[in-house]
Design a protein around this ligand. Structure first.
Ligand code: DUC
Ligand code: ZN
Ligand code: ZN
Length: 473
């Protein structure tokens, strides 16, 4: 039996902050001890980590990643190996990735393909949501089978006609099934049919630069789709989770639904809190920032509304939508963002971020005084754990929980850069941004995988998480 004692730190969960020593045995939290009594009681451990002056928090849960996602004629650049290792570097100890059911494919086959991609590759524990890209009688039956396999959330798209898109009728059928089997529908809420008209018209006018991606995917069309998703959830009784919410028009709909007492939840992402439409300018450089929904106009006030939503619990989670594509010829995938050099709509959608989330939100949230440490833990770990059936195994530091723990120096400042990050992508969306609050030490199931600026883990340390039903409060 191996044991570790983390001493002298401020232990923070979503519920409380306490000066306590954390005893870890066999990968789990065995005790939280009064530091004054640890020595007196003669508590000994194989390894002692001094966390003096540091914050000891649950490892982050990134509920929205796309490792190796096939998209727009290429695949997201991070594999499960590289992406999950980068997650660990940034203090994320669980990822929930999106398995894909392609059109004409069985959902179970899609799930098994994703299991095969991830198995034996990951640095941290992982689970899957399922993208249901083809709703039919068989898929509806398979949604029950997937719940039995630990996949208790299904992502649907109101965007991307001809690719992942589902009609309102298909959404209704999937929502009815989710209401019946206790799963949740995660929705990409943008009106893709309307957006495609604006895309065609822009291209006809010769508007091909990345900035037009941001201009045609209008905030009002995210608001409209969010409203429709909420109404479809209402008439079917489904629990709804809006993914990557970017616009105040969409947030207003979530607030309205929650005020009515509906089971509607939403996440936003660091890119919508820190970046904006201007990043899509500057010629083709803007391709680095093409993701959907797009970055919004700072002058319209989306960012401050999103931060406020996190403060007031109108937004419950920050995930990344990590989906990196290279700007240059970085590796075997060949050109990626360049596919859309003459046509913004052919630029693969997505940004890297799995490594940056915990430190960005610490900086913009805690250091900037917008949220306290407990709320920080809630939106980065506890709430996603509860919502996706992982709590209290994950998302907290309590006796019996997995010892997925990060140690943060709240005063240490560093500069984000592609030169030092570990994601397998040739640029950083946050290049040159200074953040205060550094994840220094990371434990996954009791094993120190990051310390002293080094990675000590191995691929395959991460295990599949068979998730249960979420806890929707
Ligand atoms: N949005 C992105 O930016 N990338 C992947 C899929 C999505 O919905
Ligand atoms: Zn999406
Ligand atoms: Zn996504």
């Amino acid at each position: 039996m191996t044991s570790t004692l983390i001493t002298n730190g401020l232990v923070v969960t979503a519920a409380e902050s306490m000066h306590a020593d954390v005893l870890i045995e066999d990968g789990r939290v065995a005790a939280l001890l009064d530091p004054a009594k640890t020595a007196e009681l003669g508590v000994a451990a194989d390894q002692v980590i001094d966390a003096g002056g540091r914050i000891v928090a649950p490892g982050g849960i990134d509920a929205h990643t796309h490792m190796e996602l096939p998209f727009g004629g290429t695949s997201a650049a991070d594999t499960f190996e590289t992406g999950s290792r980068a997650a660990a570097w940034g203090g994320t100890t669980t990822i929930l990735d999106f398995a894909v059911q392609a059109k004409g494919e069985s959902a179970m086959d899609g799930f098994e393909r994703w299991m095969a991609k991830a198995e034996g590759e990951c640095a941290v524990d992982y689970g899957f949501h399922m993208i249901t890209g083809d709703i039919n009688e068989q898929t509806l039956k398979e949604m029950d089978m997937l719940v039995d396999e630990g996949v208790t959330s299904f992502k649907m798209f109101m965007a991307y006609p001809g690719v992942f898109y589902s009609t309102d009728g298909e959404i209704v059928m999937a929502m009815q099934k989710a209401a019946e089997n206790g799963s949740v529908i995660a929705m990409h809420a943008e009106n893709g049919i309307a957006i495609d008209v604006f895309v065609r018209q822009a291209l006809q006018r010769g508007e091909t630069d990345p900035i037009y991606h941001g201009l045609v995917r209008k905030a009002a069309l995210e608001g409209e789709a969010t409203h429709r998703a909420i109404r479809l959830a209402e008439v079917t009784g489904a629990v709804l989770y809006i993914v990557h919410l970017s616009a105040l028009e969409a947030l207003d709909q979530v607030i309205w639904a929650r005020d009515e007492g509906r089971k509607v939840f939403a996440e936003t992402c660091p890119q919508y809190l820190f970046l904006d439409l201007d990043d899509l300018g500057n010629g083709f450089e803007g391709a680095k920032y093409v993701c959907s929904p797009p970055l919004r106009d700072r002058m319209e006030g989306h960012q401050e509304r999103l931060w406020r939503g996190l403060q007031t619990d109108d937004l419950q989670v920050v995930s990344t939508d990590h989906c990196p594509f290279c700007m240059g010829d970085h590796h075997a995938f060949g050109t990626q963002k360049q596919l859309g050099r003459d046509n913004f709509s052919a630029i693969p959608n997505g940004l890297p971020g799995v490594e940056n989330r915990m430190e960005l939100i610490f900086d913009g949230g805690v250091t900037a005084g917008r949220i306290d440490l407990n709320r920080y833990v809630e939106i980065t770990a506890a709430a996603p754990a509860k919502m996706f059936g992982l709590y209290p195994k994950k998302g907290t530091i309590a006796v019996g929980s997995d010892a997925d723990i990060i140690i943060i120096d709240p005063d240490r400042t560093h500069t984000i850069s592609a030169a030092t990050h570990h994601m397998d992508v040739d640029y950083s969306a946050y290049e040159g941004q200074e953040v205060t609050g550094k994840v220094e030490t990371v434990l996954s199931k009791g094993k120190v995988i990051i310390s002293d600026g080094r990675y000590h883990g191995s691929k395959g340390d991460g295990e599949y998480l068979h998730r249960g039903a979420g806890y929707y409060i």
